[in-house]
Design a protein around this ligand. Structure first.
Ligand code: ADP
Ligand code: MG
Length: 487
């Protein structure tokens, strides 16, 4: 570039974002642009009026002249130097200075065209970036170390494919190495019976909807079936949107729960026996009486036969109910059913025991039918447990009211007693295994009740006032009435 051309670039010179100056071979600043004034913290006069020339700027100019002489001696046109500069604000700047030697027609040095850039900001940013990166790596490292050492099973998946499993996870599914499970689909791992739950949760993750804990049956690589419980969260793993699942093997706990469920059922049945015996004794007394009568008389005895037949039917019904209760539970045999006849059956079953304790069970259903999906035996167990507790809370007798209604696709069934009521602490402890205030109580009934309702997608709540009574309200999702049932 020749010196005449430099002036044609006046506009660019003024507008440039980087600091620029035209400097004479003796070091005098001929022109400075606004960006340079801002960068160095002075007005143009400070550079161009010799009286105002400041030591900091003089030093800069000396270094530039030195560099210019070096350029001439080396017969080169361009060079760059790094220079520290103290801004009037006191800040120490690191300047990147590029010097271009511009010659006149005769080839003699005329101007140093000089550009100044502030490297301080860039350096600060570089340091910060470096720090952040190391920090992130460190965090990721300690995160992975944490997962590796966790006694719980951890799986990270991306679009349902396993990306990572920690050692506890590998042990749980009987995999020899991480390589054996990477890329494996969660559909293979989770038992087919739970695929619906799995798909539901994937959808929830996808829609950013809240997602609670879950229980899955999983198929281990050796074919074994295990029960796990845990939760999952969205995370970013290896720069991909992933889901991390943290699970506990609850197979042993599940066995124990099933065993407890069985034992509580047996004790329920045992206690029911008293009521049942009473129910059966009455018809049997009647039948024996009539048989005696028949033996001694030769008249037409049709009326006695009719009574005997109806009493025998009653015995048959009660015995059948008892048998249903003692049958092993078939879980996941959920069927559409009208809950109201089921409630009637439970009431019939409990009436005998209630009568013994001077208790009346009154029911009020505000609908002709309420359809839900469920497992009849388990639901009967729920209402038997609630009624038993209500009766046990009323040693002096009284009325138990059962209400059922459906609203907003939910069935509400409440069991209300006039018993002793519960304290706040008792309500708090309700549902903890073995919490009982009764001498011969097991403290398992409510836990089982709660579990069954929970498995049916429902809820149970309690309202209680001391010496006034307690109301348990069960809610269950309502389904539409099956067509076969309505015709
Ligand atoms: P259990 O009946 O064997 O004690 P549950 O799990 O059925 O065990 O009930 C736990 C406890 O909750 C009872 O011991 C009692 O203190 C309290 N409870 C449950 N239902 C009622 C009720 N209807 N009225 C008062 N207390 C109740
Ligand atoms: Mg109980």
């Amino acid at each position: 570039m020749r010196s005449a051309e430099v002036h044609n670039y006046d506009f660019a010179f003024r507008q440039a974002a980087i600091g620029m100056a035209l400097i004479a071979p003796d070091g005098a600043f001929l022109e400075v642009n606004p960006a340079l004034c801002t960068l160095l913290g002075y007005t143009p006069d400070h550079f161009t009026l010799p009286d105002l020339l400041l030591p900091a700027i003089q030093e800069l100019s000396r270094d530039i002249v030195k560099c210019g002489e070096w350029l001439q001696s080396m017969k080169r046109d361009q060079h760059r130097i790094d220079q520290h500069y103290y801004h009037p604000s006191g800040q120490r700047l690191s300047l990147d200075i590029r010097i271009s030697l511009i010659r006149n027609e005769a080839g003699k040095p005329e101007i140093y065209f000089t550009q100044f850039e502030n490297r301080t900001q860039m350096m600060q940013m570089e340091t910060r970036l470096h720090y952040t990166e190391t920090h992130l790596h460190e965090r990721e490292d300690s995160f992975m170390q944490l997962l590796d050492g966790l006694p719980l099973s951890v799986l990270i998946t991306n679009h349902g494919q396993i990306q990572y499993a920690n050692p506890a996870g590998l042990r749980l599914i009987h995999a020899d190495s991480l390589e054996a499970v990477i890329g494996m689909s969660t559909d293979v791992l989770v038992d087919a019976a739970d695929h619906e739950i799995l798909a539901e949760r994937k959808q929830r993750h996808y829609n950013n909807r809240p997602i609670g804990s879950v229980r899955y049956r999983i198929r281990c690589l050796n074919g074994q079936l295990r029960h796990v419980e845990g939760f999952s969260l969205k995370i970013t793993y290896q720069k991909k949107r992933c889901v991390i699942g943290i699970f506990k093997d609850i197979s042993d706990q599940k066995l124990e729960e099933d065993r407890l469920m069985q034992s509580e059922k047996l004790s329920t049945a045992g206690q029911l026996a008293a009521g049942i015996a009473h129910e059966i004794r009455n018809p049997l007394t009647a039948i024996f009486g009539f048989l005696k009568l028949l033996r001694t008389s030769s008249q037409n005895n049709d009326q006695y036969f009719a009574i005997m037949e109806s009493e025998l039917k009653r015995i048959e019904f009660i015995v059948n109910e008892l048998l249903v209760l003692s049958k092993p539970q078939v879980s996941h045999a959920s069927k559409p059913m009208d809950i109201l006849p089921l409630l009637d059956q439970v009431i019939t079953l409990m009436n005998g025991q209630a009568a013994l304790k001077n208790i009346e069970i009154v029911s009020a259903f505000s609908e002709p039918s309420i359809w839900i999906a469920g497992e009849a035996n388990q639901l009967k167990q729920v209402f038997i447990n609630l009624l038993k507790n209500a009766m046990e809370a009323m040693p002096e007798g009284g009325i138990i009211r059962i209400h059922a209604l459906s609203r907003n696709n939910e069935a509400f069934i409440s069991v209300q007693d006039e018993g002793c009521g519960m304290t706040a602490e008792q309500i708090q402890a309700l549902g903890k295994p073995f919490f009982t205030t009764k001498e011969s109580g097991t403290g398992l009934g409510f836990m089982i009740t709660h579990n069954i309702i929970h498995n049916h997608g429902g809820n149970i709540s309690v309202q209680s006032a001391l010496q006034e009574g307690t109301t348990f309200t069960v809610t269950l999702p309502v389904i539409s009435e099956p067509e076969a049932a309505s015709s």
